[in-house]
Design a protein. Structure first.
Ligand SMILES: [Zn+2]
Length: 304
């Protein structure tokens, strides 16, 4: 049975690696499995970079170990329920269009503004703005719970500690644009808006090594110049939000006060100075709401 499992596993890898690599893998894999010592050992989850190597990893055991780690993290961080697993990222992306009523006068060719991503998956997206609070517990919590999120940073709040967000980026979080100084965009000239948006594109590229494609205007306020400026700086999408999470409550845009498949949830890098709680408190609240309603948190960029 172990051999069959391994062969299947190798076949899957083989499809990715090509036939020549498959042959090599099969030889290597069978060689190890035939060693009676190896076969007699109970399957332990392989440690990352462990000497056993990838060829003897049992996917079922690995999944089980991952689930056990998630249950332990749920308990450790005080979540009410184990977060639901998001389905695989869609292979073909739906076309993203501007939400009705959110268009600017001449929107054609400008980046779409949307609050919800078109999908039938029971997923929502977590997006976190600004950057004032830099709580290392929060980064650890999200990493251990494997909850994806997207950061929209405003440089004036972040520049005293880029390292905090670099460490966050290293956990798989994408860093996106929320302007240099968090000004009310429609109150600025096109040129000033461009400085705010392109300036932050340059800063993020310099500090984090990647130029964002997502931009969120401060307060969700924008005009045609904002979208033109954003486009000229390389922005492809302008996701805003359909719900907002706080440590003690949710706020919804829709009359039904509910979540919907593909909804974008906004929250902030804030702590006790601004909120009735910490960032981990906020995550406990939003995850209880999301999980109770049967949703998983997926990564926004996977759907765009
Ligand atoms: Zn903001």
């Amino acid at each position: 049975m172990q051999l069959v499992g391994k062969a299947e596993h190798n076949a899957r890898r083989g499809r990715r690696l090509g036939l020549a690599a498959l042959a090599a893998l099969l030889v290597a894999g069978l060689g190890t499995a035939c060693s009676s010592e190896e076969a007699a050992k109970p399957q332990k989850p392989a440690k990352a970079g462990g000497a056993a190597g990838a060829a003897v990893v049992n996917p079922a055991a690995q999944r089980k170990a991952a689930q056990q780690a998630l249950v332990a993290a749920t308990k450790k961080w005080g979540l009410a329920k184990v977060p639901l697993a998001a389905p695989p990222a869609p292979k073909e992306k739906e076309e993203i269009t501007t939400r009705d009523g959110f268009e600017v006068e001449d929107h054609e060719g400008l980046p779409p503004v949307f609050t919800t991503v078109p999908t039938e998956d029971k997923v929502v997206f977590l997006t976190i703005d600004d950057g004032a609070e830099k709580d290392p517990q929060f980064v650890r919590m999200m990493q251990e719970l494997k909850i994806p999120y997207t950061a929209f940073l405003s440089d004036y709040l972040v520049r005293d500690n880029y390292k905090y967000f670099k460490d966050m980026q290293a956990t798989g979080v994408r860093i996106n644009n929320h302007t240099l100084n968090h000004r009310y965009m429609p109150g600025l000239s096109y040129e000033k808006q461009r400085q705010e948006i392109c300036g932050q594109q340059d800063t993020i590229q310099r500090q984090f090594g990647k130029r964002p494609t997502l931009f969120r205007p401060p307060y969700g306020n924008y005009n045609e110049d904002t979208l033109k400026a954003a486009k000229s700086c390389g922005i492809k999408h302008v996701p805003i939000w359909n719900a907002e999470a706080y440590p003690d409550r949710m706020e919804y845009r829709e009359w039904d006060r509910d979540l919907h498949p593909g909804d974008i949830i906004l929250t902030h890098f804030r702590g006790r100075e601004d909120w009735k709680g910490t960032m981990p408190d906020m995550i406990r609240q939003v995850m209880k709401t999301v999980t109770d309603k049967g949703y998983a948190v997926a990564r926004l960029e996977d759907y765009l």
